[in-house]
Write a new protein. Structure first.
Length: 346
């Protein structure tokens, strides 16, 4: 068989669209081409995949190899497609049974030794695959994210050879461990604040009603201390809210802390932050501070020191609860529903 089709998932905001990896082996001079709007890191997977297959003592076909990542107009970034490409090549060269890998999602970056490394943004892919009832093979380094979901259909892979033994039913890969119980709420405590009865009452009302807060007072009066403890009196996140927050943390490359994933986030960007740092975007799409504060608290200390342009970009997220960023022909919607706490001097 010279054609094999396997599946993976890309990242597009907190969405994880399905990517079909089509591998075709044909005659002619040996070559290795990847098409389908791959960025540099995806193109470089050619060398990672070749070395990983050879160092795993497997046969790398000396033929013309064409990899198509469909849909062709969806931007593909990162090394998350390495594992799917490697399995596709092994299936097309009949080293594994293509029927056993046709309906499984493969996500993972390959080292030159064949080791499977963790990738960012795995949780949205797992959520989407769980909804569709698809099985997933992911890096063992992403176990903390996988433990947040029901583990049926998710297996952890540490090396390419382990995956081959799993596909051949020689030795099955292990599933993620059960999630850890909820950890203590916070290291900070609202009762640390002594005095400031009016300010504490205002924060309690804000926490109960989801209001924004402006703290005004001379330096040293405890504005930062009060703001950092507002998040400790917010109610725990619902499972749906916690999953949204965990997905954003996964995209940003931040590991979710076991047992603490239902705690509202707290973000305090410096007043020199740019508009893109707050909103997100850039040439390589990344999440901004307002999305990282989703369902939590965004604290702007020294509010007058922020530029007018930066403060203006906060208006739409405060009104709509999300921010929309153009990415190629796609409109990426990042959730950004947060409580704004600002502090300034008289």
């Amino acid at each position: 068989m010279s054609l094999a089709i396997v599946h993976s998932r890309a990242t597009l905001g907190i969405e994880a669209p399905l990517v079909t990896v089509e591998v075709h082996l044909s005659g002619g001079l040996p070559a290795f081409n990847i098409v389908g709007l791959p960025e540099t890191a995806v193109k470089e997977s050619r060398e990672r995949v070749r070395s990983a297959i050879l160092n795993a003592q497997l046969d790398f076909p000396q033929r013309r190899i064409t990899i198509n990542l469909a849909p062709a107009d969806l931007p593909k970034t990162g090394g998350r497609f390495d594992l799917a490409i490697a399995i596709g090549i092994l299936a097309a060269s009949e080293q594994v049974d293509a029927r056993r890998v046709a309906h499984t999602i493969f996500i993972g970056e390959l080292a030159l030794t064949g080791e499977v490394r963790r990738v960012n943004g795995i949780l949205p892919a797992l959520i989407a695959s769980h909804r569709e009832g698809r099985h997933c093979v992911i890096p063992a380094g992403n176990e903390a994210d996988a433990a947040l979901l029901p583990t049926a259909g998710i297996v952890l892979c540490g090396h390419l050879l382990d995956l081959l033994r799993h596909v051949r039913a020689e030795a099955l890969l292990r599933k993620p461990d059960a999630p850890a119980p909820d950890a203590p709420a916070h290291t900070l405590d609202f009762c640390d604040v002594v005095g400031q009865d009016s300010a504490k009452r205002a924060l309690v009302i804000a926490a109960a009603g989801g209001h924004n807060v402006l703290l005004r007072g001379p330096p040293g009066t405890g504005k930062t201390m009060l703001a950092s403890r507002l998040v400790t009196i917010l109610p725990p996140l619902t499972p749906e809210q916690a999953m949204e927050v965990a997905a954003i943390q996964s995209i940003a490359g931040r590991a979710n802390k076991p047992g603490a994933w239902r705690q509202p986030p707290f973000r305090a960007p410096h007043h020199t932050s740019s508009a893109i740092a707050l909103v997100g975007g850039g040439s390589t799409l990344h999440t901004g501070e307002i999305s990282l504060a989703h369902h939590g608290v965004l604290f702007l200390d020294e509010l007058p020191e922020f530029s007018a342009k930066v403060l203006e970009v906060l208006r739409e997220p405060l009104e709509a609860g999300y921010v929309q960023i153009a990415r190629a022909k796609y409109q990426v919607r990042l959730p950004a529903s947060f409580q704004l706490v600002a502090a300034c001097n008289p």
